[in-house]
Design a protein around this ligand. Structure first.
Ligand SMILES: NC(=O)c1ccc[n+]([C@@H]2O[C@H](COP(=O)([O-])OP(=O)(O)OC[C@H]3O[C@@H](n4cnc5c(N)ncnc54)[C@H](OP(=O)(O)O)[C@@H]3O)[C@@H](O)[C@H]2O)c1
Length: 231
């Protein structure tokens, strides 16, 4: 059995990853989700610690795979009086919480001597940047990619593998609301594939990395963006 802790499992990409893993024999999933799983608000500094220990209890003391998927995409206009607070909120939820969980995971995997797999859901914004109201989001995702590479390089010899996924626009809500929140029809013109990604497409990549990607792929960052950004 492979024991997986998945954050942000309640909706969007996380719900699709949960469905993909549920459909895979031999996987036991601990879901982090406010209403329907192990609750933890990552705006609270000690929430990742509490979540890690709750997930360990749920999974019988062994976690083999950590998927850091939870995140927020909140606008932070540069003229806002709350700019610094909003910067720190997004960094805490999107990067610091993932780092705290990754630290628990790496220590757990080293102690267990079995290794493990880390999958971080970052964003195209890590490479391309984002809108003027989303400096914090792009910076957090770039940090996540750098953290992933650092873990991959630092612990590969102990069979600890780390991967990142960089989705582009991914249809996670009602289509009209989603497109409006990301700039309307203009965004489609920027995607050679002609459509945004489906959560199931990102989930398939997450499942591959979590369960079967060859170890030599460790440190890889996989794009899922319809060629809207190639690097
Ligand atoms: N959709 C896109 O276009 C896109 C593109 C690139 C990257 N991504 C990344 O993909 C990941 C999933 O995005 P999504 O679009 O599927 O998002 P979503 O539909 O808005 O879902 C966000 C998830 O994060 C959790 N979450 C939100 N605030 C949280 C907090 N304060 N503490 C802990 N968990 C919190 C939510 O949990 P609850 O609902 O249970 O509270 C929910 O499960 C994110 O990291 C996002 O940055 C998304």
């Amino acid at each position: 059995m492979v024991n997986v802790l998945l954050t942000g499992a309640s909706r969007g990409i996380g719900a699709a990853i949960a469905a993909a893993l549920d459909a895979t024999p031999g996987v036991t999933l601990a879901r982090h989700a406010t209403a329907t799983g192990l609750a933890a608000d990552f705006a609270e500094p000690d929430a990742p610690d509490r979540l890690w220990h709750a997930a360990l209890d749920r999974l019988g003391g062994r976690i083999d795979v950590l998927i850091n998927n939870a995140g927020v995409f909140e606008a932070n206009p540069i003229d806002s009086d709350a700019w610094l607070d909003e910067w720190e909120r997004t960094l805490r939820i999107n990067l610091t919480a993932a780092a705290a969980l990754s630290r628990h995971a790496v220590r757990h995997w080293r102690d267990g001597g079995r290794g493990g797999r880390l999958v971080n859901v970052a964003s195209r914004a890590a490479y391309r940047g984002d809108s003027p109201a989303h400096w914090h989001y792009a910076a957090a995702k770039a940090g996540m990619v750098a953290m992933t590479k650092t873990i991959a390089r630092g612990y590969a010899a102990e069979n600890i593998l780390a991967f990142a996924i960089c989705p582009g626009f991914t249809m996670t809500g009602m289509a009209d609301d989603y497109l409006a929140s990301r700039g309307g029809d203009r965004l489609l013109a920027d995607i050679p594939l002609g459509r945004v990604a489906r959560p199931e497409e990102v989930a398939e990549v997450a499942r591959f990395l979590a369960l079967s990607a060859p170890p030599s792929m460790t440190g890889a960052v996989l794009d899922v963006n319809g060629a809207s950004y190639v690097r």
